[in-house]
Design a protein around this ligand. Structure first.
Ligand code: ATP
Ligand code: MN
Length: 370
């Protein structure tokens, strides 16, 4: 239909123009008179002043901080973040000294973690075991005999029904596995090796990142990453025959499989589709979602409060759940930050905890932007 084509052309033109304008605004050199005509605000600290010309992080290091120069051109104060980074670097030599050599316990730890994953035949009721393990501070015990059976069941149990995924922005399929266990299937969007450039939240979810995150969580002793395995399914044989009407409709919309890349033949050829299957949390752990106090802003032209305000953390500690001794939330957020740094996830805009439990740990859901 011609008007649809017209609309698409105009939309595309609009998007290109907006992108070009944005790019121009972000990359244009600061106006030559800017520094001389504007007197620098007295609130600028020495650190921020120095960082006008020299970034405080060491060049070449991996860092998760966006290298925004917007604040410089617009005379914005990034004291909060520059001070924080400086104090981090002050600790660095001591930390490097303390952890010069790998811990002697490392190899036995890895061995034990691996054994839990590979040992099978410990239970014939894997779903019940996983449910019994889960509490507001951890989803599995640190020594998890039977984990191999739960992971095996996630990877192999027959799929008895499928439905469109729950809320969220990414494509996913809700599964019920034999035995009544709910799980979620996040289909592959990129090859496992694909490297995505750009902002840390660039691109769509990487399915294998969800699997790796689960195992990394165990290595770090962060036991709130939901159990996840890789699984190949045939959409035609395994998903469609047991699909809800709503899911089935999305599959054959315009003869292009909704869950595959346009040019991919996985669905049409009756081939297999790789993805990650994640165990759904049990009903006794209802989740609530809170804004992450150190969330990034998703526009390059806006700074987050923690970037600007030097006393941001102290301010936060005046309020529950970040105050006092009642909740380990602030420390849990620090742990989650280490985890997110290691997987290079810059997309934890909100965090999830079990509702109504001040002691609840952060449930490390949604690790695909790794
Ligand atoms: N394994 C799970 N168990 C329980 N609830 C879950 C599970 N996975 C996801 N959810 C719920 O669904 C929501 C969306 O999931 P997820 O964050 O993985 O999707 P997403 O499309 O990446 O979302 P967003 O675009 O908001 O980041 C979660 O915030 C959580 O409430
Ligand atoms: Mn997400």
């Amino acid at each position: 239909m011609w008007w649809v084509q017209q609309a698409i052309v105009w939309l595309a033109l609009g998007a290109v123009l907006t992108a070009a304008l944005n790019f121009f605004l972000m990359t244009r050199a600061p106006p030559p008179a800017a520094h001389s005509s504007h007197q620098q605000s007295p609130s600028f600290s020495a650190v921020e002043h120095r960082s006008f010309h020299k970034p405080v992080y060491i060049k070449g290091e991996v860092y998760a901080l966006r290298n925004s120069e917007y604040h410089i051109w617009n005379q914005k104060n990034r004291t909060g973040i520059t001070n924080t980074i400086q104090s981090l670097y002050a600790h660095l030599p001591a930390v490097k000294l303390q952890y010069r050599t790998p811990s002697p316990h490392l190899s036995s730890l890895i061995h034990a973690l691996r054994q839990d994953v590979t040992t099978r035949g410990r239970t014939s009721h894997p779903w019940d075991l996983a449910k019994k393990w889960a509490n507001p501070r951890s989803l599995i015990p640190s020594s998890a005999l039977g984990l191999g059976d739960v992971l095996q069941a996630l990877a192999k149990a027959p799929i008895i029904s499928t439905d469109v995924g729950y809320k969220g922005t990414q494509l996913k399929i809700s599964l019920v596995l034999k035995g009544g266990q709910r799980a979620v299937f996040k289909p592959r969007r990129y090859s496992r090796e694909e490297l995505l450039e750009g902002e840390v939240y660039a691109g769509a979810d990487r399915h294998n990142g969800e699997v790796a995150a689960f195992h990394l969580g165990r290595v770090l002793g962060l036991l709130t990453v939901p159990l996840t395995v890789g699984r190949r399914v045939s959409p035609r044989k395994h998903l469609l025959p047991v699909a809800s009407r709503e899911l089935a409709a999305t599959f054959f919309k315009r003869r292009v499989c909704y869950y595959c890349h346009k040019n991919s033949s996985v669905c049409d050829s009756g081939g297999t589709l790789e993805g990650a299957v994640t165990l759904w949390l049990p009903a006794h752990l209802p989740l609530m979602h809170l804004p992450h106090p150190w969330a990034r802003t998703y526009t390059r032209t806006k700074l987050a409060p923690w970037e600007e305000q030097p006393g941001y953390c102290e301010g936060l500690r005046q309020h529950a759940p970040y105050s006092g001794d009642q909740s380990p939330r602030l420390l849990d957020l620090m742990d989650a930050a280490v985890f997110d740094f290691l997987i290079q996830n810059g997309d934890r805009h909100h965090y999830s905890v079990v509702a109504g439990k001040p002691e609840a740990a952060i449930i490390l859901l949604d690790n695909g932007k790794r």
